[in-house]
Design a protein. Structure first.
Length: 458
């Protein structure tokens, strides 16, 4: 099998061209042969008709002397290229080729009333003859115009040689031309390959340039450039993710290490050791929660998370999450209200859905002012179920609203970190919503609070 794509295209083109050329050759040869034979037949008919007309005129002028009239008619047509024979009553009266004229008698006799016959005994390959009958007193005379088929056979032999020797030449030229066309047509692929070879992890911002290539190659280049754009975005997201994760991990680790160093510098009292261990425990919990979030997002990216689907009531799940979050809300003097008026059946992964609602509640409590208000609700609409959590916090600027579901993104960087946020809670909410065929969104206005919602299509 040909591995080179350029040679493979040339081979397919050459095979198709050869097939077309062969079909054309057969058709051309057949049509040319028929045309030559038809032209010969028309010439013979014309010559025979002319000879018959001359014979009739000579018979009239010579007062019925048939042999003399036949001789005169043949004499007048002696400069024609065809052979003329006139006979009557089974004998030749006159002929422009006396050596072969008797061979026509049997052919004419077998022809009956036909005006064209084959004379096989005339010439090497026989002859083609046209017959015209001329009535005379007491009988008839027959004028025969014939042409040996040797000349026609020679012409057809020359035609066959031209085809047999010309076709290989044409096929060779077609092969060279096809290879040249394939090389020129595939040249943009070589340019693309060289440009793609130069693109690495640090140069994903580059794009393929192929100029005014064919539409198909332009489409291929555009698709490849779109792939590069997605890869560039993915690499940038990964770099930012690694940098943010490292930063988030460094903070609790630094606190833990600092507390341990301080505690070990000299002998301390039991209460001081207990205080350092409490700080270490608190930071360890934050670190553990961050690692769990990262692990969940990594599993989500790899597609290894399998949902444990079960039938449940979303209103009960939201109410339970509100009861769990009430302690954190009371610690900041925040009024937490839960509006779940009726049963809202749903089928999903209860643990993930509980994590989703908890994250929404923690986010709202974290950003609501002290003495503020947080409201959670579940609404069943035709064809959809909507879970939403609202707060009366500072709100989100419009230009930031589209980014709040990105990983490690914070509207207020310092405030969120100080209060325990990693910038992963809303990213997890978005992922859980999407694996349940839903979508997450936010409605916010600076100074008027925010409403985060998740809509499930049912």
């Amino acid at each position: 099998m040909i591995r080179n794509f350029r040679l493979r295209l040339t081979a397919w083109y050459l095979a198709f061209f050869t097939l077309l050329l062969a079909v054309f050759g057969f058709l051309f040869y057949g049509m040319f042969s028929n045309a030559m034979r038809e032209r010969l037949d028309e010439t013979l008919r014309s010559e025979a008709a002319t000879a018959a007309g001359l014979l009739a005129d000579e018979i009239t002028e010579l007062h019925g002397d048939l042999p003399a009239a036949a001789a005169e008619a043949v004499e007048e047509m002696k400069f024609r290229t065809t052979t003329l024979v006139i006979y009557s009553g089974g004998r030749v009266l006159a002929s422009s080729d006396t050596g072969r004229s008797r061979d026509l008698a049997e052919a004419v006799r077998l022809a009956g009333q036909s005006d064209l016959v084959e004379a096989s005994g005339y010439g090497h390959r026989g002859a083609r003859a046209a017959i015209r009958r001329v009535p005379v007193d007491g009988g008839e005379a027959i004028a025969v115009a014939l042409e040996p088929l040797d000349a026609l056979a020679d012409e057809m032999r020359i035609t066959r040689r031209i085809l047999l020797f010309g076709f290989p030449l044409l096929i060779a030229l077609a092969g060279l031309g096809g290879y040249a066309v394939a090389t020129r047509s595939l040249a943009p692929l070589g340019w693309m390959a060289r440009q793609a070879h130069e693109i690495g992890g640090e140069s994903l911002h580059k794009r393929l340039e192929i100029g005014d290539a064919a539409d198909e190659l332009t489409t291929l280049a555009a698709s490849f450039n779109e792939l590069l754009a997605r890869l560039d975005q993915s690499f940038e997201t990964m770099r930012r993710f690694v940098a943010d994760a490292s930063h988030e991990l460094r903070t609790p680790l630094s606190v833990i290490r600092g507390e341990a160093d301080v505690a070990l510098t000299r002998e301390r009292s039991a209460s001081e050791y207990k205080q350092s261990l409490a700080v270490i425990l608190d930071e360890s919990r934050r670190l553990s929660r961050l690692v769990d979030d990262l692990l969940n997002l990594a599993r989500a990216d790899s597609g290894h998370v399998k949902l444990r689907l079960e039938d449940l009531y979303l209103n009960d799940l939201v109410a339970e999450c509100c009861r769990s979050a009430r302690t954190a809300a009371e610690a900041r003097n925040i009024a937490l209200e839960c509006a779940c008026p009726g049963d809202v059946p749903f089928r999903g992964d209860e643990d993930l859905l509980r994590r989703m609602v908890t994250n929404l509640l923690e986010n709202a409590i974290r950003h609501a002012p002290e003495g503020g208000r947080v409201e959670a609700s579940v609404e069943a609409e035709p064809g959809a179920i909507r879970v939403q959590v609202s707060d009366n916090g500072p709100g989100i600027p419009p230009e930031e609203a589209a980014r709040v579901f990105e990983r490690f993104y914070r509207v207020d960087e310092a405030r969120s970190r100080r209060e325990g946020g990693f910038g992963l809670g809303l990213a997890i909410v978005k992922w859980i919503a999407e694996v349940h065929k839903g979508e997450a969104g936010v409605i916010s206005k600076p100074g008027a609070g925010s409403t985060f919602f998740v809509t499930f299509r049912v």
